[in-house]
Design a protein around this ligand. Structure first.
Ligand SMILES: Cc1cc2nc3c(=O)[nH]c(=O)nc-3n(C[C@H](O)[C@H](O)[C@H](O)COP(=O)(O)O)c2cc1C
Length: 204
């Protein structure tokens, strides 16, 4: 049985393009793979809080030395990591906000990128601990950041997400980027995304 953690991040609901594409993929995938277990984390509707000073102290404290205050500060992070590690695959949907990701997604990433849990630090440097997983990322952008476009070099979203998830060990990452959604090319862009969804339903 494959376990997929679906993470949605847009604060919009029915009007969100990134959610819509992830939902369409999950529906097609579930039809073909009914044994799939889906866990849904909705950061857009239920944001996780920002980390604070106590959390940072707990991050750098070995668990056996936690005070009750430190244990409490890091508890949500541990729960989010447990949920993350229990999945075999990830389907992440996100808008592009200000050339990158929404703050709710960055906050979530701050919680799950943790030494000893999702990466290790050794004499050879950093080592990702989240191995043998696959990730599929749906992005929605108002403008066009596709390769060769005028804004391509301003896409800090895909490079950031690749970097941070590579860092914790996830190297099999595919992007379906719906570009130019705030232009007359929206329908074409969504049609291209749907073609990619159709293909991935069979070969992901
Ligand atoms: C706060 C904010 C920042 C945005 N920044 C960008 C941006 O940098 N580049 C871009 O192409 N579109 C930008 N947009 C447009 C969104 O990416 C676009 O509307 C997208 O469809 C939103 O995703 P959603 O439909 O899943 O909610 C921004 C929208 C908002 C609300």
């Amino acid at each position: 049985m494959v376990r997929i953690l679906q993470i949605d991040t847009s604060p919009r609901h029915d009007r969100s393009h990134s959610r819509m594409l992830a939902r369409e993929f999950m529906e097609k995938w579930s039809d073909l793979h009914p044994e799939t277990k889906i866990i849904h984390r909705d950061l857009g509707l239920n944001p996780v809080p920002y980390i604070d000073a106590t959390w940072v102290k707990a991050k750098f404290t070995p668990p056996e030395q936690y005070t009750p205050e430190l244990a409490s500060a890091i508890e949500l992070s541990d729960d989010l990591i447990d949920e993350f590690l229990a999945a075999d695959r990830y389907v992440l949907s996100t808008p592009m906000y200000n050339f990158s990701i929404p703050a709710v997604l960055k906050s979530y990433i701050d919680h799950i990128v943790r030494p000893r849990r999702t990466f290790a630090v050794g004499s050879g440097g950093f080592q990702g601990l989240v191995t043998d997983k696959k990730m599929l990322i749906f992005t929605a952008r108002g403008s066009d950041f596709s390769p060769g476009s005028a804004f391509a070099s301003l896409d800090f979203q895909e490079p950031f997400l690749r970097t941070v998830f590579n860092f914790i060990g996830i190297t099999d990452i595919q992007f379906i980027n719906a570009n130019a959604l705030n232009s007359d090319r929206r329908d074409k862009s969504l049609a291209e995304a749907r073609t990619a969804i159709q293909d991935l339903t069979f070969c992901w």
